[in-house]
Design a protein around this ligand. Sequence first.
Ligand code: UN1
Length: 512
Amino acid sequence: DTFDTKTLLQDLGLNEVNKGTWTGVEYIDIKGEWLSSHSPVDGKEIGKIQMTTRESYEKVLEQAEKAFKVWRNVPAPQRGEVVRQIGVELRNKKDLLGKIVSYEMGKSYQEGLGEVQEMIDICDFAVGLSRQLYGLTMHSERPGHRMYEQWHPLGVVGVISAFNFPVAVWSWNTMIAWVCGDVCVWKPSEKTPLTSLACQVLASEVFKQNGFPEGVSSLLTGGASVGAFLTQDPRVALISATGSTDMGKAVGETVGGRLGKVLLELGGNNAIIITENADLDIAIRGALFGAVGTAGQRCTSTRRLIIQESVFDEVKERLVSAYGKLTIGNPLDENNHIGPLIDEQAVQNYLTAIERVKAEGGSELVAGGLLEGEDYSSRCYVKPSVFEAENHFQIVQKETFGPILYLIKYQKFEEAIAMQNNVPQGLSSAIMTTNMREAERYLSSEGSDCGISNVNIGTSGAEIGGAFGGEKETGGGRESGSDAWKAYMRRQTNTINYTTELPLAQGIKFDI
Ligand code: UN1
């Protein structure tokens, strides 16, 4: 054993894991069904938690609405101060949190730490933002009138997050929502309940120490049916959901049906274009991390390489050789590059994708498959694979959440951009080129149609300072940095008359 699970849970404040449904600082004592969390690293049960029932959900919402009445009146910079303290706690617990992320989700410890770092970074960002929730002032067309806009909190924000970034995506949403004056109810993936609970414990302790009521931060545990409590509930002003396109469509329909607000961050089918002017050292490294990092389970993972034919063979050979050097195994062992997939269903999806690409005529360059043996007893470890394929293949058009990479050949630059854009998803994209004209055309309005578009770096590993999200079936939402905070607030336009006259806008006369 690389570490003692019990001690880890205790150090994270989870010594009461088995006692009930956690919603805020206190447990709400309504007994739901048990949800047990198994590590994909070694297949062992890490712990158990009770799922949120309908009755306990009602209590959570009541508590959240009450807390909102307090929290919305706290000056934004003071809300920022609480988030600053959460950032300090995250720094103190960085190693422990990195470990639980790695052990419960299966990404490498380095990437687990990276995820905690994203949380720390967004805290810092949110603290600064808490003094910068700016509205505009406008010039009124009427004499003696002033016009401006201001941003108010929305209310209860529901955050639905996925297993693959069990903590970072939560923090992008909640840290921003909190400084905006919202209260958050979090429904994390049922595949990573303990990691989520660790964050909930950490944040709610800080709220408690600062004398704020329970309910600024709440956690729901369970699957889609628990998520549906949130999406159907008109008291929840905004649903921010991260996950598959199918999930997003269901959430979008339900929330749209009640005209609630949604922020969707769904699947990607991210490509890197490698032109004949690329620095191939960088291109290979960027493609490799993009394709196999997090075992291909990022929404920003590189799924397609669109390669100019004159460099195709060289890229292919260098990539195949690089894949040969990858080490797969326990992600807590820092000698390994790649850990397991999240569960056996994910393995099945991966193996099916391999069958499909073969059936459609793809040729196998690096063979995938399930790894067997003592080190892989959880049956979640797979070999990453590479195929030469065509963009129009049905399987290439789909997002497979695993380490499968498609190499596609192109001749003309226009053709490469068209292929890149010719998929239903529009999250992340990149070009590898040292040619300024190619790079600029790629970033122009006739270039990449994605929400994220990079030059000479890969498709994954975005920084928190930018707005994160994408177009088309990716859902259109933007989270994290830039002005993404506006999605968590309501805009109010104010016109104030400081005269004794009452002129109407547009010069309309209405005298009696
Ligand atoms: C996700 O996979 O849902 O840009 C988020 C990245 C990470 C976040 C990915 N910073 O790859």
